[in-house]
Design a protein around this ligand. Sequence first.
Ligand SMILES: [Fe+2]
Ligand SMILES: [Fe+2]
Length: 275
Amino acid sequence: MKVLIIGDIYSNIGRVMVKTWIAKIKKKYESEFKIDLVIANGENTTHGKSLNERHYHELKDAGIDVITTGNHIFAHPDVVKYIDKSPDLLRPLNYNPYHPGNGTIVVEVGTKKVRVTNIIGRTFMDKADNPYYAVEQLIKTTEKNSNEISDIHIIDFHAEATAEKLAFAWNFDGQLTCVVGTHTHVQTADNRLLPKGTAFISDVGMTGPFYSIIGANPKEVIYRDKKTMPAYLKPADGEGQFSAVLLTINNETNRAEKLERIFIHPQAPDLKINE
Ligand SMILES: [Fe+2]
Ligand SMILES: [Fe+2]
């Protein structure tokens, strides 16, 4: 099984990149393999923050099966209106339990049940419940209910600190199929299998404007940082980048075989899958 996991989709440029590259990847590799499942982090889809209902449908139409999010999910007022009727749009599981929406979903991919869970970190981030406890409880409850048991479990850990993401992945090594980090918008080159088989990368990166500061127009970010004055950040214009990882899962064992990086941008425009 092949799972394509796309990093934070940022603004209209990110939406265009997603539509273009999901189709191109499927086409280029159609004789070698099929992409069975597409997961993407959509927390920056609408003008750099959150995901309105129109853009949610745009991402679904582009071929995304499950949308994970993070700290910006509730920034758009639309989200509270439609998230409860859209179970494939996740908000962090370890958020305040009074928040609408769900943090986990099981999707059927052929004969397999794949669980996708979204959690959020606590280092240099806003308040959230303990992510370890949240996932331990989830595993315990699902193990008790045969309808809830999945063959494969993939987690998007939306967090700032690489060590926080890596420590979490090590803690659940062997229990989870794959842990990918999101939120920093910068792809890391530490994709690997941990000793007991969980696939891991600290950050998948961002899909959006390439000539930008993690998606935003540089001018306002520099003004804010240099002068410590408030600034209204705008999504940058221009050419786009596409950041993703491709997870290969063994169909016999349901374990991760490899996690490879994809990073396409104007200075590296060819589609390459990097081990
Ligand atoms: Fe983000
Ligand atoms: Fe974020």
